[in-house]
Design a protein around this ligand. Structure first.
Ligand code: SAM
Length: 318
């Protein structure tokens, strides 16, 4: 059995309000006293590592770089022996924090952004500044937080005309670019039909500039990756994450821990197991209840995806 990977949302707060992720208004952040402490998160990770061989953790949010002293959590998780310790960020605060995080044990970063045009960036993220994200990418590359992957959600009429530019951006910097299909989750469900673009269509557009050769598929990875050869002869890895047109549920070994300690076995379904009662308090938690919850979460996995997730993605962690 392949080992699990775990995505940990360290905060539901975000500096951006991406159109498909966080409602324009009315999203109430959870009270800060309900957010798991670093010690509680580390206890949970230790149980997964000891009893299930966890080797891969990704920190997410909200925007993980808004969590004060995130490097302390990175250090604790590195000490537990998590070898593949990664972060997904919008990049707005990355330039300032990259060195500290790398020194604490972070291995690599994925950066999400949806446009190379400063105005379109702001329109899609409803805030932020493209130049900050680009500075974050340059700094992370400079210090070797690599491979640094770029994640872009493609939206019809909003940024689908930019996919070739984004691929060339990755080519120039040696960064794999992954194009995500919009998921009808939370706030994105209402306008899904209007904005959804299939990976097949994105690949078609990219064919104007690149020739594709498939790479072997890792069953634990949602992305279908290709070596994409530009007409100059240079290559870049381009990936397609297609939860809607080509669900990858059958190979999924991901678990998710929300910022308040909700353990989820499936992103597409609202069900979760509250872990906070087992993690709160002094000392190491009794692993039995946590192990039972992990087994319950795994049972919620389905062999094929049905989207019945009403929560906004910003509160789950993507
Ligand atoms: N703030 C961080 C970031 O921007 O990467 C981490 C959290 S964000 C929720 C994680 C990922 O989820 C981002 O790449 C974002 O684009 C993606 N995402 C959010 N809502 C989505 C949706 N409805 N469909 C597809 N991807 C989505």
């Amino acid at each position: 059995m392949r080992p699990f990977s775990l995505r940990i949302s360290v905060t539901d707060r975000c500096s951006l309000r991406c159109v498909y992720c966080r409602p324009a208004n009315g999203f109430a952040f959870v009270p800060s006293q309900e957010i798991l402490s670093f010690a509680e998160i580390t206890s949970f990770v230790r149980v997964l590592k000891t009893h299930f061989g966890l080797a891969k953790v990704r920190l997410t949010g909200g925007e993980p770089l808004l969590r004060p002293r995130l490097e302390e959590l990175v250090r604790r998780l590195a000490d537990v022996g998590i070898e593949d310790l990664a972060l997904t960020t919008n990049g707005q605060l990355l330039a300032e924090q990259a060195v500290t995080l790398k020194q604490a044990g972070l291995k690599r970063v994925n950066v999400s952004f949806d446009s190379l045009d400063p105005e379109n960036f702001r329109a899609l993220a409803r805030g932020g500044e493209l130049r900050r994200t680009l500075a974050g990418i340059e700094e992370a590359l400079r210090i070797g937080l690599t491979p640094l992957k770029i994640n872009t959600v493609v939206l019809r009429g909003k940024n689908d005309h930019e996919v070739l530019d984004l691929a060339r951006f990755g080519l120039e910097r040696g960064c794999p670019v992954r194009f995500l299909e919009l998921m009808p989750i939370g706030v994105a469900a209402a306008e899904f039909d209007q904005y959804y673009v299939s990976s097949a269509e994105v690949r078609d557009r990219l064919s104007a500039g690149f020739a594709f050769t498939p790479l072997p598929q890792d069953p634990g990875e949602p992305s279908r990756d290709f070596v994409a050869e530009h007409r100059t002869g240079r290559t870049v890895t381009l990936g397609f994450i297609s939860p809607y047109s080509q669900p990858f549920c059958s190979g999924c070994r991901r678990l998710r821990l929300s910022s308040t300690g909700g353990l989820m076995g499936c992103l597409l379904r609202p069900h979760g197991f509250p872990m906070a009662p087992y993690l709160r308090g002094r000392g190491e938690p009794d692993p039995e209840a946590i192990i039972a919850a992990i087994e319950g979460a795994v049972k919620l996995k389905r062999s094929n995806g049905e989207f019945i997730q009403p929560r906004a993605m910003v509160g789950i962690g993507g």
